[in-house]
Ligand binder design. Structure first.
Ligand SMILES: [Zn+2]
Length: 516
């Protein structure tokens, strides 16, 4: 290229650059209003304040005219946001969508002023880059369901404080919310299909997480180092909880799961030094190695059973400063070595312990004071007091009590004056027992002149810690009428007789006087 062309080309390029800069400057200083405009079934308009409004339904594409908009409001829709529809719209602060929406890649990427986004209806999948670099986003609220949330979708949304989703969520992929350092509250009203690896790792401000429905698997490290997390609550079932899931959640106090839990991975709640209460409303699969090692548990209660407990799972898991209670209402499978070497003071097992598959040191160095086990196993443990047998559960001579599964049947006499209470142990008929408690009575319904009254007969008492009570009503109080009624009638007859006699005498006297 010769020199004579270079100069004009450079001049043109420079002029174009100046125009571009001027154009950019004018865009950021003034907003060009847009009158109501249709595009297919979708309409839009923008006022001079930068309030951009869409109604109808269709797809919103990127348009230079959106630049400078401050708010975006979308009606019931449904609408789709095409990829990059508002990318790098640095003036945009608020997006409100009344109905359902689909979000394309980088739809709000680089919207560095965006603070609040609310969607009233459902959202499809949230792509990985949808909110990339939304460094001012504080609130994300979705009223309905959300599809899958992709990896990195909200990673580094450094201002995000509240995420609430009213309905269900698909998979929350790995690292989706990693290092959202200000995220304090996460609530999901419905189910979550699954939570991926490190999905919330290092969300150091997250204090409470609640999920109203079921959750699929929670993968490894999902909440690792969430050092402010105090409460983790799931109403329904949880799939498997991966390893190190809550590792070093040093503020975690309460874990509540309403339903069943799959396997709890190794080190899943390792070093949760504030964790005092774990309540699981169903069955639990295998509890992995060191899963609760170095916690500060006061109570650990499982409504169902536990398939197995691995090595050191509850080593140093219970605090020694107050009573610490481990209660399982179902059966417990094999227990591994040193699983309960800790300050546990009370063990309650309503189901059965797998005594044959318990490591010989499962409870070594324990400080059990009370062991309450299913009645069918109590004698076995009592017989082993002070020995190394059965994983050393009774090595230090705790008080061993039998847990019976009692119910009562009541054999009342017809007159209610006697009752035999048949106490039945569902675990073993050998533990059945009859009681003949004193019967007490009280008037339940007072008699009337014509109706008999009712007596309520009662028994109550306690047998071997089992409280029973029953009542029987017998209509056995005579009516107040009875023989007195006859007397009254006699009086009536006498009065009637006297009256009749008086009439007869009066009549006779009248006739006699008239004849005279
Ligand atoms: Zn029993």
């Amino acid at each position: 290229m010769s020199l004579r062309w270079t100069v004009p080309i450079a001049a043109v390029a420079l002029a174009a650059l100046c125009l571009f800069i001027l154009d950019g400057t004018s865009d950021s200083e003034a907003v060009e209003p847009i009158p109501p405009t249709p595009e297919g079934d979708l309409w839009y308009q923008m006022d001079e304040e930068g309030n951009l409004e869409f109604w109808g339904n269709g797809t919103i594409f990127y348009d230079d005219r959106w630049s400078g908009c401050i708010t975006v409001t979308v009606g019931d829709g449904p609408v789709n946001f095409a990829p990059g529809a508002f990318e790098n719209c640095t003036s945009l602060t608020t997006v409100t969508i009344d109905g359902n929406a689909g979000l394309g890649d980088r739809v709000f990427g680089g919207c560095i002023s965006l603070t609040a986004l609310s969607i009233g209806g459902n959202v499809g999948d949230i792509p990985s880059t949808a909110f990339e670099d939304c460094s001012s986003l504080t609130t994300l609220s979705i009223g309905g369901n959300v599809g899958d949330i992709a990896s990195h979708a909200f990673e580094d949304c450094a201002s995000l404080t509240t995420l609430s989703i009213g309905g269900n969520v698909g998979d929350i992929a790995s690292t989706a919310f990693r290092e959202c350092a200000l995220l304090t509250t996460l609530s999901i009203g419905g189910n979550a299909a699954g939570i991926g690896n490190s999905a919330f790792e290092d969300c150091s401000s997250l204090t409470a997480l609640s999920i109203g429905g079921n959750v699929g698997d929670i993968a490894s490290n999902a909440f690792k180092d969430c050092s402010s997390l105090t409460t983790f609550s799931i109403e329904g079932n949880v799939g498997d909880i991966g390893q190190n899931t809550f590792d070093k959640c040093t503020s975690l106090i309460i874990v509540t799961i309403g339903g069943n839990v799959g396997d709890i991975g190794q080190y899943a709640l390792y070093n949760c030094a504030s964790l005092t209460t774990v309540t699981i409303g169903g069955n639990v699969g295998d509890i992995g190695k060191n899963a609760f090692n170095n916690c500060n548990l006061e109570t650990f209660e499982v409504t169902g059973g536990i398939d197995s407990i691995s090595d050191r799972a509850f080593k140093d898991a219970f605090t020694g400063s107050h009573p610490s209670i481990f209660t399982v209402h179902g059966n417990i499978g094999p227990i591994g070595p040193v699983a309960f070497e800790s300050s546990l003071t009370e063990l309650n097992v309503y189901g059965t312990l797998d005594l044959d598959n318990m490591a010989s040191d499962a409870f070594q160095n324990n400080c059990l004071e009370r062991v309450n086990v299913r009645c069918t196993q109590a004698q076995t443990l009592i017989g082993a007091q002070g020995t190394d047998a059965y994983g050393m559960i009774v090595k230090n001579n705790p008080v061993v009590r039998a847990l019976h599964d009692y119910s009562a049947a009541y054999g009342w006499s017809d007159d209610g004056k006697a009752c035999t209470v048949h106490i039945v142990c569902a675990n073993s008929s050998d533990h059945n027992h009859d009681e003949n408690p004193t019967v007490t009575s009280s008037v339940k319904i007072q008699p009337t002149e014509t109706e008999m009254g009712t007596t309520e007969y009662s028994v109550s008492g306690t047998y071997d810690g089992f409280a029973y009570s029953s009542t029987k009503d017998v209509q056995d109080i005579p009516a107040t009428g009875g023989s007195d009624g006859k007397k009254d009638n006699t009086v009536l007859y006498v009065i009637a007789g006297v009256a009749a006699a008086a009439v007869l005498i009066g009549g006779a006297a009248f006739l006699i006087l008239r004849k005279r």
